[in-house]
Design a protein around this ligand. Sequence first.
Ligand code: UDP
Length: 239
Amino acid sequence: MKELNVLGVNISKLTQKETLTLINEAVRDREKKFIATANPEIIVYANKDEQYMDVLQKTDLITPDGIGVVKGVRILGEHIPERVAGFDLFMDILKVANENKYSIYMLGAKDTTLNKAVGVINEKYPNVQLAGSHHGFFDDDDQSIIETIKHEQPDFIFVALGFPRQEKWIAKNIHHFKKGVFMGLGGSFDVLSGEVQRAPKFWRRLNLEWFYRLVSQPARWKRMLSLPKFILKLIKTRF
Ligand code: UDP
């Protein structure tokens, strides 16, 4: 597998297309997979939270979700071909799931947001089978989610609880299930529901999605300080 150790986190060097192929093969072969997406914030956080770092070691694949990761690894003299954003992968998967009538389980976000996201999927991807859904503000002891997934055995389990909770939830519970591609998807249901706007293509092409996010969700500014921290940490590894 093509991957690169970035401050202790193994980041995939696959393109989006290659990642999608790997995921499709896993579903076809009824394999179990744990997929995460990591931006600089997640990598910096994992360096502070040992338990989270351990959880990330248990994944099968971590995509580089953020231009900061793609450009940042150049400091290490390394190359990552492109950004593979969780939301983009999610959209690609829904297309494939629609073509193949795959089943999905959706866990996360506020109830109203989740319902809206489910509505969008029903409308745009009518062949996708919804095995179940649950909002993201549940008690960790709640077994009903696990029981439904066990019973339905969906092809995909999208977990959008934000990091680190979503990866910790997958790592803790994945042993209950026989198959399924488990993916941490952050705020993807908010975007799919239309409640949060993603940066227009123009901004994304200029690699300025992070800046758009900062302007449209200014409350996130503190979280964005992770980017300079990430770059500094990378520079330090060179000395
Ligand atoms: N969320 C959730 N349960 C929680 C905390 C958060 O379902 O206990 C949801 C929240 O409603 C939002 C998503 O998780 O839909 C987090 O989005 P964000 O963009 O902050 O993702 P991150 O950047 O943290 O991965």
